[in-house]
Design a binder for this molecule. Sequence first.
Ligand code: PLP
Length: 393
Amino acid sequence: MINEQMLKLGQEPSSIRELFAYGLERKAQIGEDKVFDFSLGNPSVPAPDAVSRAIGDLALLPPATIHGYTPAQGAPAPRAAIAANLNERFGTSYNLNDLYLTCGAAASLNICLKALVCPGDEVVVVAPFFPEYRVWIEGNGAKLVIVPARESDFQIDVPALAAVLNENTKAVIINTPNNPVGVVYTPQTLRELAGALRDASEKFGHPIYLMSDEPYRELVYGDNVVTWVPSVYQNTIVCYSWSKSLSMPGERIGYILVPPELEGAREVYAAICGAGRALGFVCAPALFQKVIERCVGEPADVDAYVRNRQLLTSMLDELGYEYIEPQGAFYLWVKALEPDAAAFAEMAKSFELLLVPSDSFGVGGWVRLGYCVSDKVITGSYDAFKALRAQYA
Ligand code: PLP
């Protein structure tokens, strides 16, 4: 007898990963340039030169000084550098003891969930949501509660969210800029959400934590500003990673910030250390802790994503597709041309267009395109999008 829940997860890979694997196979069969793969959120912008230089410099140091275990919460110097960077940008006064370094945002969220969730707890997400939230929430023993986003603009529907809060609600997870819709939550939305969470925490007699999942924080376009969520809601835990902002998702480096203002901050931090230990993470990759110490101030390069967004949206405008204009991240949320998103994505596949159907994001009728691809993939896909449109004329 083995764990049924894990067996099921292993036997049913994520729809995104499955499509990505299909794309690799198809490219091998018919050629790279004939498959238009919009499936995965693997950044197309290269990691900055400063990252390559830091890796090169660090590799020349005596091995004993770079490859060893660090303290479980991360080495002091990188944590201090991250705290200083946050303080400079957000006018806060964090220190290294508020930070716990992780193997990316996936680890940050799992560690937080493991640290917070007790039997019977519920965790709320806003649909459409990143599909792995279901896996992480249920994998850590909580019940997933889904609240649809506001239809008009994909902001959080705060009254609807407030209506599902109850004595079992442990946390709400938000993601801004958002995967998959690209929306950035306005200060007004976040203030209303904070009000609802404060009211419910008081009513039910325990804090409801806000887990702010922020791997796209720096990938924001034009005048849109990403609010520093802990400045709006005291009981916020920030889950961050450099996977997207510095284009190094394979290196697995991120952090959890437990602001000192959070109720019971030291106990929560200790539980996070306990959860990291129980999950066997040991410590975040030592080399990349040092890379971040040197590169924490590096700006994210959003220009290529701005150009890709423009290229893709003007093409889809011309062909008559409907989509949500992204304010950040690098995904386009496009209305499927039939109610069944999976059937539409299958039809797209017949034109070698790989689009992720919306069902695993918790809603029907849409597809997600990751435009973190080379511009050739976008321009090359024109005929395929045209042919797909023609199927529904
Ligand atoms: N959260 C969201 C919304 C994501 O889109 C992703 C990755 O695509 C993650 C978390 C996981 O990021 P990481 O690579 O840092 O684990």
